[in-house]
Design a protein around this ligand. Sequence first.
Ligand code: HEC
Ligand code: HEC
Length: 220
Amino acid sequence: MKFLIYTVILLTILAVNPLAVSATLPPAYEGRGLYVSYCQLCHGISGKGDGPLAKAMKITPANLTTTVRSRSDAILIKIITGKGRQTITGRDRHNLLSDAMPEWKDIFNESQLMSLIAYLRFLGNTKHDLMGDPKAGLQIYQKYCQVCHGVEGDGDGIMTKLMGIMPMDHTNKNETSRLNNNDLVKSILDGKGRFMPAWRGILSQSDVEALVSYIRLLSH
Ligand code: HEC
Ligand code: HEC
């Protein structure tokens, strides 16, 4: 009997566990969460190496928006985890970095590492900065947008077949990056074509800015 009760409790916990949902979240979105907790103190929120701790450091934290472009995933994993990194006289053998960059051994699992790298790639590639809080953006997106734009943001929502419409695929970088942040804000507030609704009056300016940031991360 006790066993049965415990099983039911366990199943209930599993059923409401938000981790189950996070499996479909965009990697760069997940990566940003980790980056904010572990990296921005030195590298800065924009990745330019200007975090609050940077001034106090002898060796300046790298400007990740330029350096990571030329690094493979394998090298980035080495740099972040420190695994396989060999420092000789204070610098590693590829002369990439000193021990001023902490070693995050066993802190991140493989999928977290790939998410972090996805966010570093976003920082290195994007032409458009994040303008609002993507966490708030995710919640508003799930509430108002995914019926048409899809759970994954690829334009494949439950309403699309019903209405015979083709919402923008927000996971396609080529489609979203040709629009600047203000274009996106305007389309969301005022609508687009016959079937993209106008959200002015329903969503605030900061809601829309949060949405734009979430949409940017969806394509990385
Ligand atoms: C305590 C400050 C500090 C923290 C926290 C920190 N870093 Fe660094 N990081 C540095 C410094 C300093 C360097 C430059 C080292 C050098 O040039 O010798 C660096 C270099 C790097 C580089 C190499 C850049 C390149 O390509 O040449 C990467 C990648 C990097 N950090 C990623 C991260 C990530 C990801 C996190 C979070 C998980 C993080 N760092 C957290 C200080 C920090
Ligand atoms: C009723 C279905 C529907 C809903 C709900 C919906 N959209 Fe759309 N959306 C569309 C369609 C259809 C298009 C393509 C419009 C066109 O290009 O004619 C579109 C296009 C867009 C575009 C591209 C605009 C441009 O300038 O090309 C953005 C950005 C967008 N939607 C964001 C959102 C956001 C954010 C939400 C939630 C607040 C949302 N949409 C909710 C149907 C929808």
